[in-house]
Design a protein around this ligand. Sequence first.
Ligand SMILES: [Zn+2]
Length: 170
Amino acid sequence: MNNGKLESKSLETNSVLLETVGEEGLDVVQCLLDKEETDEKISEQTGLRLNTVRKILYRLYDYRLASYVRTKDKEIGWYTYTWKLNLTRMSEIMMVRKKHLIGELNEMLDFERNHVFFRCSSDAIKYSFDTATETGFRCPSCDSALEYVDNQQNVTELEKRIKKLEKEIN
Ligand SMILES: [Zn+2]
């Protein structure tokens, strides 16, 4: 079982949840943090319409972040759905996201490493080495001199971010 309030969960978890189910979804998640609950009870507790609550719950279900147990009320013959959160699945989702991000950052890193850039001294627009040589190192839009851009800081920054993420997924 998960423990603690949503506030104490990491910001990362929160932002993934927010993207997945929205603001109202966070209220629903909050209801399910320490206990199992029926959709009707969640609706009462959050003040959200039952339909909205159900939509959110099924969205969580799609991501396998929640599951339910269906029971039949013997007296009235209706089905009751009791919902349960599965936030361990959250770490899998974040793992996949981080791996994806590492891939993107590595591409950016390759690009920075394999390219030389020049910047216009007056309007700060960046140009590739090819463009700079074609125009004789003058800005194509204002003819000011183009200056070599030292991108070592970008490279270092990207390397740092990648290293940090790799540490987090290991
Ligand atoms: Zn310029």
